[in-house]
Design a protein around this ligand. Structure first.
Ligand SMILES: CC(C)(COP(=O)(O)OP(=O)(O)OC[C@H]1O[C@@H](n2cnc3c(N)ncnc32)[C@H](O)[C@@H]1OP(=O)(O)O)[C@@H](O)C(=O)NCCC(=O)NCCS
Length: 178
């Protein structure tokens, strides 16, 4: 793996930059209703074909911008198992929002998301100087609410967008996680 691709390593998984060959994994996770039902994506189209997905969605993940990025979560054996994303970086206030998917459903409940989120917080705090991280979680997504709470996020309120109802969470970076 090229040094610049590697972002952060934990005891169970690591985060690295998205690679072109991740497209097939991302596509499978995108089409999986067991995952997407927990996300607020009004434009979800499980009938999209692979080439269209790769061209119009996945290609965006290959180019992190000033304001957002996606990282692939890999098992220590190197298998892509999910993704974390960060977006709406507010450089002045050092705030951003995050999301996570463990795409391999067979690996749910094994602590991967817990570790990957902690790795992401460390990355955002060290690389982007982020001081406050937000997450908006669908009201019915209890698994994710428990996950974020376990990481140290606290619920700050509720919000609505289109037909979706969210619980809003926030994590304050007191001191950077290394
Ligand atoms: C939510 C999600 C990321 C959790 O991933 P995971 O790797 O299974 O989570 P972990 O094993 O690290 O779990 C950490 C903690 O989260 C909570 N948790 C995770 N899944 C849970 C579930 N199904 N029910 C209740 N609590 C759950 C628990 O507190 C758990 O700790 P515990 O196992 O010691 O009780 C995964 O289920 C997923 O990708 N879901 C679909 C997409 C999604 O909802 N993303 C979040 C959008 S905001």
């Amino acid at each position: 793996m090229f040094e610049q691709e590697f972002v952060r390593r934990g005891a169970k998984c690591y985060l690295r930059r998205v690679r072109p060959e991740d497209a097939e994994h991302f596509f499978r996770w995108y089409c999986d209703g067991r995952i997407q039902e927990h996300l607020a994506n009004p434009w979800w189209n499980p009938r999209i074909d692979f080439d269209a997905y790769r061209l119009f969605r996945f290609s965006l993940y290959l180019e992190p911008s000033e304001f957002s990025g996606v990282l692939t979560i890999c098992s220590l054996e190197g298998e892509p198992i999910g993704l974390v994303n960060y977006f709406d970086i507010d450089d002045q206030n050092k705030v951003c929002e995050v999301g996570i998917i463990i795409g391999e459903v067979r690996l749910w409940r094994q602590g991967y998301a817990l570790e990957a989120l902690r790795l992401l917080i460390g990355f955002l705090s060290r690389e982007h100087g982020i001081l406050s991280i937000q997450a908006r979680i669908l009201e019915e997504n209890v698994a994710s609410q428990k996950l974020f709470t376990k990481v140290g996020f606290v619920q700050t309120g509720t919000s609505r967008e289109q037909d979706f109802a969210f619980l809003d969470y926030q994590y304050s970076v007191m001191s950077p996680i290394s």
